[in-house]
Design a protein around this ligand. Structure first.
Ligand SMILES: [Zn+2]
Length: 354
């Protein structure tokens, strides 16, 4: 994908990131179902200001768009106060995207944005180039630019949130496949053909075992089946407000059903990574997303699966890391997307020694 073709002429594009970019910033944006998060970044990957605003995902697309424009103008003003200027914007959005047109095709977290020409409209409003990529891809770019991926040439990125996303970094570059509008969709790799149904319509996907929604659905089903759950879990399930954090707390306090769900999650993640590692001949992954905070619950069963299932791999060489940038990784990656697409330097990132 080459980003949105901008009609305007920008002299600042010339010269690349390492030359003549003093005072220039890019805005990196992560548009989620609950919040729009954004940051102002220089060419070296330093964040200078961060903002968070509700995305009002259930409202009309124009409302989200206007919120986005206001927040971008606020960051442009922050750049101006520092004696600089914003020269481009990168957007990370969950779902299937038409990145050549800057359009959301379908986004489970932002259902009303389907068909909305988000990037061209934002470009028109801000009069600077706007580029868009899938949220898991910008997570990978963020870790590759400023996080743990800096030290590795080939690795798989996994994002654990409401769904499960993935990306593939090859020779330090984001793999984009045949530019089909999706790539690295590890969440829809089938790990159990007899497993639970997935939101995508398949059965037994990784996402149906290892996502935030799989955890909450698992607890709700346990309650429906008459399982004796902790009182506070029963209460939040009945009020319809159960979150993956509740399931994590229940597991931490020893609830066997919650623990079993994390066991299943770890097993499924381990199996999916074992398949990919064996197929690709690599052995590193970086895991992020909100549900990665439940690391101590799913990491042991994931590693146990990785130690025992793949026979081609030396288990001692497998390296699975937890995100270094946390919830900011997609912001870094979206800003990096803007920097690289702007100056056409989509080549490999510099891989540093750890
Ligand atoms: Zn699926």
């Amino acid at each position: 994908m080459r980003g949105v073709r901008h009609r305007l002429s920008f002299s600042a594009q010339k010269g690349g990131r390492d030359k003549g970019m003093a005072g220039a910033y890019c805005i990196g944006i992560d548009i989620g179902g609950t919040y729009i998060k954004m940051g102002l970044f220089d060419a070296q990957g330093q964040g200078h200001a961060f903002r968070r605003t509700p995305s009002n995902a259930s409202g009309p697309p124009e409302t989200l768009f206007e919120t986005l424009v206001r927040a971008c103008r606020d960051l442009k003003e922050a750049a101006r106060r520092q004696g600089g200027r914003v020269i481009a914007v990168g957007l990370g959005v969950a779902g299937k995207l038409d990145t050549s047109l800057g359009r959301v095709v379908f986004s489970p977290n932002l259902p009303h944005m389907a068909g909305f020409p988000l990037a061209p409209r934002l470009q028109e409003a801000l009069e600077i180039p706007v580029f868009m990529e899938n949220d898991a891809n910008v997570f990978g770019l963020g870790e590759a630019w400023a996080g743990l991926g800096r030290h590795r040439r080939h690795w798989i990125g996994v994002t654990l949130g409401t769904g499960v996303g993935g990306c593939f970094i090859v020779e330090g570059s984001l793999w984009l496949g045949d530019h089909l509008g999706f790539v690295g969709e590890i969440g829809h790799m089938i790990v159990d053909p007899h497993g639970p149904p997935c939101a995508c319509g398949q059965v037994g996907c990784l996402e149906a075992h290892a996502s935030g929604s799989a955890l909450t659905r698992g607890m709700i089903e346990a309650l429906k089946a008459g399982a004796p759950l902790p009182e506070e879990i029963e209460h939040v399930v009945r009020s319809g407000s159960l979150t993956p954090e509740d399931v994590y707390r229940a597991a931490e306090s020893g609830d066997p059903h919650a623990r079993q769900l994390f066991q299943r999650m770890g097993w499924a993640l381990g199996l999916a990574l074992a398949n990919l590692f064996t197929f690709l001949g690599i052995q590193s992954a970086v895991i992020g997303g909100g549900v990665s905070q439940a690391w101590d619950q799913f990491y042991p069963p994931m590693m146990e699966t990785l130690r025992t299932v793949p026979k081609m791999l030396d288990p001692s060489g497998i390296q699975i890391y937890r995100t270094a940038l946390g919830p900011l990784a997609p912001l870094y990656g979206a800003a990096y997307l803007a920097w690289t697409r702007l100056d056409g330097s989509e080549g490999p990132l510099r891989v540093e020694k750890p």
